[in-house]
Structures are given as structure tokens and as C-alpha cells.
Design a protein around this ligand. Structure first.
Ligand code: NAD
Length: 278
């Protein structure tokens, strides 16, 4: 018996990283899983995004648990694509009980030289994508009187940083969206909560472009070279956390028993939360 037996969980950005970790964990706990990912790079993003092979691999890992998986190439910034994905999930699996709006990109440039294209990419993927995910799943959840929505913000949804104007704006926006959606959906048995991760060990932070931005004094910085810089963003002396730490919180907020936790932001950031106003 799994905690999510009989449930259907949708995870955006599920091809790799944190999204894959959440998708596989839901399946291990008994849920059928719906994943989407854009599976395409963006000229505004300085590291490679996931591939169709990555998406297929997550589907394989989900199905290896014995659960069913719908895996679709879809961009969360495209509302029609998200509506179509939810319609397919409802047709094939009967419903969507849980939605994790996880897809996102990191866009980095000083505000004075950030291009409109970089700004638009961050807002489209990180904020409009969350709105489209919530908007696509909400009608069915209202009809059934049940839903658990988890959005993924960031510790940069509670602070700013150099090069991060667009990313931070999008992640602050996710928190405003989450709190407002929690109120709109409060009468319908639907909870909406945000998680604000610190540095999580995925390709979003482990890439040459970000390493070079963090250690401009070195020609080809390694993970070891950037670890102290990443650690300085946390309070506890750890440079990054594993996706499983975020998954634990996702599963907690998505549980049936978390019925009366809504509109909250849960930081999982090795103590950095202590430095900012909640
Ligand atoms: P990741 O790059 O490994 O995974 C993100 C996934 O989202 C990729 O598979 C990518 O292809 C997909 N994606 C991006 N834009 C998309 C779109 N518009 N439509 C569909 N799919 C899209 O990085 P991750 O760390 O797993 O990121 C997951 C979430 O966590 C993101 O929202 C990110 O902003 C957030 N986050 C990450 C960190 C970190 O340090 N890694 C910290 C705080 C918050």
C-alpha cells in the first residue's frame, strides 16, 4: 500500500532533475503519473535543457514501479498545450488529483544588459507556466472537490541577487500567484502551496556557464571550485542539496492528510530562510 494509491499526479518539467525525482517518488507511492517537458533549448538560457530521451527515461523509471505514465513534450508557457495535457490525463487516467508546477529555467544577466528575450523567457517559463498549470488543472479539481497543487518558487522568491532580476521577479511572482490561488480554490477542497528551494544539485546549477559566472577568476572552474560560493548562499555549510530533499516536501504537501495547509511557502534552503523576512 502506498500513500498515493489510486491518485494521479502531474509533474511539469519532469524529464530530469527535481521533476524526475518527484515523478518517480509519486509512482513508488502508488500514483499514476503525468509528466511534460519542453525538451528543447532556449537562446535565453545558458545551459542545455532536457531532451526527449530524458523524458522517455523518466517515463521508464515511473513504469518500472508498475504504475502508468503519460509523458508528453509540452511547453508550460503554451496554455493550449497544458489544457490538452490535462484533458488527456482526465480521459486516460480519470482525473488529476495532484499538480506540481516544477518546470523552470534559470536566466542570468545584470539588469542593465538583460535582453527582453531573457526577461520574457524567465517570466514565460517560471511564472506564466505556473499560471497555465494551475489554470489547466483547477476546473477538474473543482468538479471533483479535491486537489493538491504544489508550486516551485526559490530562495530567490524571497530575496534578490546579482544577475537574477528576471529569475527573482518570476519566483516572487510564483509566491503571489500561489497565495492568491490558495484563496480562490479554498472552497473546493484544493490546497495550493509553494516550496522555495535553495541550491539543488541538478543541471540548472551544475553547468559551465554558471560555474564561470561564480568563479570569473578561473579559466575552467570545477564543482569543487564553486562549492564555497554556493555554500555562501546557504546558512548551513553545504553547497547544494539533493532533489530528494525537495521531493520529501512535495509529497508531504501533496498528501491527502495535508488538507488544511494552504497558501504557505516552505523554504528548503539549508537555513538561508533565517536571513530573509518570511
Ligand atoms: P532542471 O533544469 O534539471 O529541470 C527543469 C526542467 O524543466 C528541465 O527538464 C527543463 O527542460 C524543463 N522546462 C524548462 N522550461 C520549461 C517549459 N517552459 N515547459 C516545460 N518544461 C520546461 O532544474 P531543476 O533544478 O530540476 O528545476 C526544477 C525547478 O526548481 C525549477 O522551477 C527551478 O527554477 C526550481 N529551482 C531550482 C533550484 C536549483 O538550485 N536547481 C533552486 C531553486 C528553485
Amino acid at each position: 500500500m502506498g500513500e498515493f494509491d489510486g491518485k494521479v499526479a502531474l509533474v511539469t518539467g519532469g524529464a530530469r532533475g527535481q521533476g524526475r525525482s518527484h515523478a518517480v517518488a509519486f509512482a513508488e507511492q502508488g500514483a499514476d503519473v503525468v509528466i511534460c517537458d519542453r525538451c528543447a533549448d532556449s537562446p535565453a538560457v545558458f545551459y542545455p535543457l532536457a531532451t526527449e530521451d530524458d523524458l522517455a527515461e523518466t517515463a521508464r523509471l515511473v513504469e518500472a514501479t508498475g504504475r502508468r505514465c503519460i509523458a508528453v513534450r509540452a511547453d508550460t508557457a503554451d496554455r493550449d498545450a497544458m489544457d490538452a495535457l490535462v484533458a488527456r490525463a482526465e480521459a486516460d487516467f480519470g482525473r488529476v488529483d495532484i499538480a506540481v508546477a516544477n518546470a523552470g529555467v534559470s536566466v542570468a544577466a545584470p539588469v542593465q544588459s538583460m535582453t527582453p528575450g531573457q526577461w520574457d523567457e524567465a517570466i514565460a517559463s517560471n511564472l506564466t507556466g505556473v499560471f497555465n498549470t494551475v489554470g489547466a488543472v483547477a476546473p477538474g479539481m473543482i468538479e471533483r472537490g479535491y486537489g493538491r497543487i504544489v508550486t516551485i518558487s526559490s530562495m530567490l522568491g524571497r530575496a534578490g541577487n546579482t544577475n537574477m532580476a528576471a529569475y527573482a521577479a518570476s519566483k516572487w511572482g510564483v509566491i503571489g500567484l500561489t497565495k492568491s490561488a490558495a484563496l480562490d480554490l479554498a472552497d473546493h477542497g484544493i490546497t495550493v502551496n509553494a516550496i522555495a528551494p535553495g541550491n539543488i544539485s541538478t543541471p540548472m546549477i551544475h553547468n559551465d556557464a554558471l560555474y564561470s559566472m561564480m568563479r570569473p577568476d578561473l579559466d575552467a572552474p570545477t564543482a569543487e571550485d564553486v562549492a564555497p560560493v554556493f555554500a555562501s548562499l546557504h546558512a548551513q555549510p553545504v553547497p547544494w542539496l539533493e532533489p530528494a530533499e525537495i521531493t520529501r516536501a512535495v509529497l508531504f504537501l501533496a498528501a491527502e492528510a495535508s488538507a488544511h495547509i494552504s497558501g504557505t511557502v516552505l523554504p528548503i534552503d539549508a537555513g538561508n530562510a533565517a536571513r530573509v523576512t518570511g
